[in-house]
Design a protein around this ligand. Structure first.
Ligand code: ADP
Ligand code: MG
Length: 267
């Protein structure tokens, strides 16, 4: 297991100088990162910046062109992919879904659904669930293996901000109760889970990295985040030290988002 600079000991998973190519195109360039036990790490980045590809490389689904990924021996990972293809012609309850592909004792599956706040979904059809319920069912399935690391690809996509905040609070509870580390891709470039220990901004390479800024109770933030988010959301302030001439990420949004870091060209 590599110990990367700044590591606090044995990491759960570590990438060193990872490059991934599709055909001739390099989608990920020289990525080094690690996730330590119990950490919450959020990855952000524009569409197509390689976030899902990075997760798949870390999972070992995609072979890297260069570099390597090391996982702690026996590491159990719970993975929620960005897209789930539900066959609408095939009826399937949430409880049944949790028993695919590996059979689960009914009690265990029901307990996982209850843990994720969707006990009522057990006997409902997957196709009938709301976006928030579906994400919780997916999380419940990912928890069935007692993972030490949860890898979640845009788990709050399609949820409104109170829904997102509620999901983040659930993740925090899961970390507290199980000690699992969380590596999560956020669909938002600026608003992240406030409990994130680290935020990594990706755009083919690691652009910048830091901690989220927990926002105050000021009315402008409340207006931005909506009511009922109970501090689950925070802002991430980018501090790139290089230009992105093709980066549209900052092309919209309120003044609040403007970077003050030197060397920026995100007009
Ligand atoms: P993100 O998750 O950040 O939106 P992805 O990791 O899905 O980005 O994709 C990054 C880039 O890699 C995109 O240009 C995408 O088209 C390309 N890509 C992803 N998967 C494949 C694949 N299996 N074959 C070829 N190109 C791919
Ligand atoms: Mg993606």
């Amino acid at each position: 297991m590599p110990r990367l600079p700044g590591g606090r000991g044995m990491s759960l998973i570590a990438a060193e100088h990872l490059c991934v190519r599709f055909g001739g195109e390099e989608v990920l360039h020289d990525i080094s990162l690690r996730v330590d036990p119990g950490e919450i790490v959020t990855i952000i980045g524009p569409n197509g910046s390689g976030k899902s590809t990075l997760l798949r490389a870390l999972l070992g689904i995609l072979p890297p062109a260069e570099g390597r990924v090391a996982r702690a021996p026996g590491l159990r990972i719970g993975y929620v992919p960005q897209r789930l293809h539900i066959d609408r012609s095939m009826p399937m309850t949430a409880l049944r879904f949790l028993s695919l592909p590996a059979h689960q004792p009914r009690n265990r599956a029901l307990a996982a659904l209850a843990r994720c706040g969707v006990a009522e979904a057990a006997h409902r059809q997957m196709t009938d669930l709301s976006g928030g319920q579906l994400q919780r069912v997916l999380l419940a399935r990912a928890l069935l293996t007692d993972p030490a690391l949860l890898i979640l690809d845009e788990p709050t996509q399609g949820l409104d901000q109170p829904g997102e905040a509620a999901f983040y609070r659930l993740i925090e509870e899961v970390r507290r109760d199980t000690g699992a580390a969380v590596l999560m891709v956020s669909h938002d470039l600026h608003v992240v889970m406030s409990a994130s220990d680290r935020v990594i901004c990706l755009n083919g390479h690691i652009c910048c990295e830091g901690t989220p800024r927990v926002v105050s109770n000021a009315p402008e933030y409340r207006a931005l985040f909506g009511l009922g988010t109970q501090g689950a959301l925070a802002l991430y302030q980018h501090a790139h030290d290089h230009d992105h001439t093709h980066d549209h990420a900052h092309a919209h949004g309120p003044d609040l988002w403007h970077d003050r870091a030197k060397g920026h060209d995100h007009a």
